[in-house]
Design a protein around this ligand. Structure first.
Ligand code: ZN
Length: 432
């Protein structure tokens, strides 16, 4: 197959190129490729991005598939131009903290995922002896919570458990992802409002936890990644440590780039997540850091539940999690129209940097030998992200306000190649 005439967007720049594909791999990229292929796609006027990689989703299967299934969530990703996900070790049941649970999830994903997939293993108190078997089965790395996760079966790690886990994970050559909020800085909300919830999870809780995790990473030599960084200072702490030589990275999510505290009150339970939305200054500074590369990636933290769990008078009791993996790249592209980010930065933040950081072989670039994971985007498209075009189970906070510049990426993905069965990336060796 040859895709002709598109503007190919990679982390290196934008070039008009043809792309030749055979057996699911890219075998040539260049202007005016010779020869004729049985299938040719005219991509004139379209931009071609490396397929998005969402390394932070909670698809809830097996065990909580009434919240969402892998089939449902992965279809949403495909419609949003995503071709790979790495699923968190919760909120599926059993949580992915040993080999048996891993095999159950692998079976579920192999059966029903529309895109390629990998898994994070869990680090919890008491499962140290299971880290090796999870690594052997090909987890992309491990995830731990420094505060209660909201799921009883996935308890938090204190500093000592983290230290022991990081020592082992360093020996395994793997990486630890942390939810960084210091439980000693978190309070029970004083009332039932969204504002009470926000006050109960102050920015300092994130900063304290990031500082502790960075210290442990330096001590143990464990590669560290901080998920869903909500504060600009938190992202700076990570960048400063990285500059000092600590092997640490961070990510943020579209909701921290789009919304502030007042929006959590305005939108209600559907916008509840932890950490909560922050200040307008945090939001602006996160954009700056994305633009200049100090903050390398944007992922969804897609965490759906049933709608009932997001509704009620007492905000503190509602499920915390935002459902919106379909629109991550679309929203960055939409904001690109206001000169927020250059297209290569968007390709890097939603694909290339994710693949590099988590060592996903063959993913994240449009170049010779890489997997032919592509998303064709019509940047002239304008529309509002609405529930009815989303494949996800419940509406997201973002459906109310996000403007999409890229919904036609779904045209390609929904048509055919992407919506075949995905495959596991976990056990692959080598490759480019
Ligand atoms: Zn999460």
């Amino acid at each position: 197959m040859i895709i002709r005439g598109g503007a190919v967007v990679t982390a290196r720049g934008v070039d008009e190129s043809d792309i030749e594909i055979a057996d699911g791999r890219i075998i040539a990229v260049g202007a005016n490729l010779g020869g004729a292929a049985a299938d040719e796609i005219d991509a004139t006027g379209l931009h071609i991005f490396p397929g998005g990689i969402d390394s932070h989703v909670h698809f809830n299967e097996p065990g909580r598939s009434e919240w969402e299934t892998i089939a449902n969530g992965s279809a949403a990703l495909a419609a949003g131009g995503y071709t790979t996900f790495v699923d968190m070790p919760l909120n599926n049941l059993p949580v992915t903290t040993d080999a048996g649970a891993f095999e159950l999830k692998l079976d579920a994903a192999a059966r029903s995922s529309h895109v390629d997939f990998g898994f994070w293993g869990g680090l919890i108190p008491g499962n140290l002896e299971h880290l090796d078997e999870l690594a052997k089965r090909g987890v992309s790395g491990f995830k731990a919570f420094m505060c209660p996760s909201g799921i009883d079966e996935f308890p938090a790690c204190d500093a000592e458990v983290l230290r022991a886990g990081m020592q082992r994970i360093a020996e395994l050559g793997s990486i630890l992802l942390v939810h960084a909020e210091d439980p000693s800085r978190l309070d029970s909300p004083n009332g039932q409002t969204a504002r009470d919830f926000i006050w109960s999870r102050p920015a300092d809780a994130e900063l304290e936890a990031i500082t502790l995790a960075i210290g442990l990473a330096g001590d143990t030599g464990c590669r560290l990644h901080v998920v869903h960084v909500s504060t600009a200072r938190g992202a700076e702490l990570i960048d400063e440590a990285h500059q000092r030589g600590v092997d640490v990275s961070g990510e943020t999510c579209p909701h921290y780039l789009l919304y502030v505290e007042d929006d959590m009150e305005r939108l209600g339970g559907i916008a509840k997540c932890a950490p909560p939305f922050r200040t307008a200054l945090d939001r602006e500074r996160l954009w700056w850091m994305l633009r200049d590369g100090r903050l390398p990636m944007v992922v969804s933290d897609h965490s759906p539940s049933t709608l009932e769990l997001k509704q009620g008078d007492d905000f503190s009791k509602l499920w915390g999690g935002i459902s919106g993996c379909q629109s991550t790249r679309q929203l960055l592209l939409a904001n690109n129209q206001k000169d927020r980010l250059e297209l290569p930065v968007i390709a890097a933040a939603t694909s290339t940097n994710v693949a590099k950081r988590f060592r996903l072989a063959g993913k994240g670039d449009i170049a010779l030998g890489y997997d032919a994971d592509l998303s064709l985007v019509d940047l002239s498209y304008e529309g509002v992200v609405r529930r009815k075009i989303c494949s996800i189970a419940i509406p997201s906070a973002r459906t109310k306000a996000g403007r999409s510049a890229a919904a036609r990426s779904a045209r390609w993905c929904a048509a055919e190649p992407c919506l075949s069965t995905g495959r596991s990336i976990g056990r692959r060796e080598g490759g480019s």
